[in-house]
Design a protein around this ligand. Sequence first.
Ligand SMILES: C[S@@+](CC[C@H](N)C(=O)[O-])C[C@H]1O[C@@H](n2cnc3c(N)ncnc32)[C@H](O)[C@@H]1O
Length: 296
Amino acid sequence: MNLDEIRKDREKWLNWKNIKPLRDVIDSLEDVDCAYTLGDVVEINSKDTLDQKKIEDNAKVFMPWRKGPFKVFDTYIDTEWLSYKKYNLLKKYFNLENKTVADVGCNNGYYMFKMLEDKPKKLVGFDPSALYKSQFDFINHYIKSDIEYELLGVEHLEFYEHKFDVIFCLGVLYHRSDPISMLKSLKKSLENDGIVYLDTFMIDGDEPFALCPESSYSKIPNISFVPTIPALKNWCLKAGFKEFEVLETSVTTIEEQRKSDWIEGQSLDDFLDPNDKTKTVEGYDAPKRVYVRLKR
Ligand SMILES: C[S@@+](CC[C@H](N)C(=O)[O-])C[C@H]1O[C@@H](n2cnc3c(N)ncnc32)[C@H](O)[C@@H]1O
């Protein structure tokens, strides 16, 4: 697979009718002397006097904002997800100092910005979304990190120019129609002593079964499989991983994923059965996640 050809082709996505206005905003951003802090909110500050209204208007052009939150000078981007809840859950299990790290399905790069605090050797994000790349470019205009953002998917990872010490693949597996192939690609893309951190929706059960939702799961249309933990373990072993360790499980709450002014449309509360919040509107168990660590 020739990644450079794919990259060249995908550069053209940035000229799409819905993306071009975002690129124009990025091109128009002034150079500001700023600093950043990486708490639960990724915050950009400056002592300069700035046109705060313009900054807020610019940030709004990139809606919907899913992952965050961010604060860009006076503008608080109250994203749909409070992504620090997931990040904080995992943080105690990793230290990325001097590591070569991939975040697959990185969205707008919120986790990668947070990972800068560990001082990794290299950080590469993979996500085939021109919108999320543009959000990343907007934030990174101010943060000025050397994070690389590839408009590529997990299906391209094994053809990437080098392997990784650590791969994060969070919230992607259930979107893949062939989860074992995806896991094999992750394994091929790891250094020999590399580690994968992965999370996925799960269903409860002691048997190695997976739910295959009919049309949607929690109103998300493109969900292929939601496994039990034993099924997920078997997928990982079939993909060739030697170690499978469950780190955490969590139920997604309406505190973590909710409607905000920075997204259009609905959020988790609308995706659950109004009479029984333990079920999705489709009648499946409400979203629950498992976080695992894999070694090859
Ligand atoms: C549910 S979000 C998860 C975002 C983030 N990793 C998290 O856990 O909060 C799924 C992300 O996967 C991205 N995605 C879609 N297709 C993909 C693919 N083929 N390879 C990698 N990521 C993909 C989407 O654009 C989106 O940002």
